[in-house]
Ligand binder design. Structure first.
Ligand code: MLT
Length: 202
């Protein structure tokens, strides 16, 4: 997958796998990673799909309606890519924290829905429920931060709560942070994610 890797100054810190929103690139979340921990390594990934010229991580049939077959295919590819990238760039495969926004948060959530310990932790900014009606793997103790907007028209609050409950039922340690706003990613929620990272991941 198209990506950038930047080696952090502290080798013991996690590698942040950055997953952009629709229309983003592998560089979008670099400032966010820097705000969470500026000494960690970063692997910025670009989604394989383009929708009217906008990069995405998987196809959708309409706004908020996912192409499940493609979602599964792309999730498998991303999972395999973490292995390949860790060998190529010599980072610890077991010390990867996913940081995703919107479409990127949705594929990160789907990784959690299908693999046991696909990552060490996950920051999901404005995620949706990627799939329903499936049995989640055992996620006991896996730290997950969810940033959500009370007025987010794309990721509605009920869906955010549903996702948090599904992850918790699988054993994940979910921290849910609410903003008053909509779908945009705010400085405040990144600061909350940074505090969560200090408490729950390091
Ligand atoms: C998705 O397709 O993942 C969601 O609709 C969010 C987005 O628009 O990127």
């Amino acid at each position: 997958m198209k990506h950038i890797f930047q080696q952090g100054t502290d080798q013991n810190k996690p590698t942040f796998m950055l997953l952009h929103g629709t229309g983003g690139t592998e560089n979008d979340l670099l400032p966010v990673a820097g705000m969470i921990d500026d000494s960690a390594s970063v692997l910025g990934v670009r989604g394989n799909i383009t929708e009217n010229g906008m990069p995405r991580f998987f196809k959708r049939l309409a706004e908020g309606v996912f192409d499940e077959e493609d979602l599964m295919k792309q999730t498998e590819e991303l999972y395999g890519f973490i292995d390949t990238a860790s060998a190529e760039h010599s980072f610890d495969r077991k010390n990867v924290v996913a940081v995703g926004y919107s479409n990127g948060a949705n594929i990160a959530a789907n990784l959690l829905f299908h693999y046991e310990e696909p990552v060490k932790g996950a920051v999901l900014f404005h995620p949706m429920v990627p799939r329903r009606g499936i049995q989640l793997p055992d996620l006991t103790g896996l730290p997950v931060f969810i940033g959500a907007g009370k007025n987010d028209p794309i990721c509605r609050p009920e869906e955010t709560e549903e996702l948090a409950k599904m992850l918790e039922a699988a054993g994940a340690e979910v921290t849910l942070h609410w903003e008053d706003g909509g779908h945009q990613l705010t400085r405040e929620e990144v600061e909350q994610a940074a505090a969560w990272y200090q408490r729950s991941v390091l």
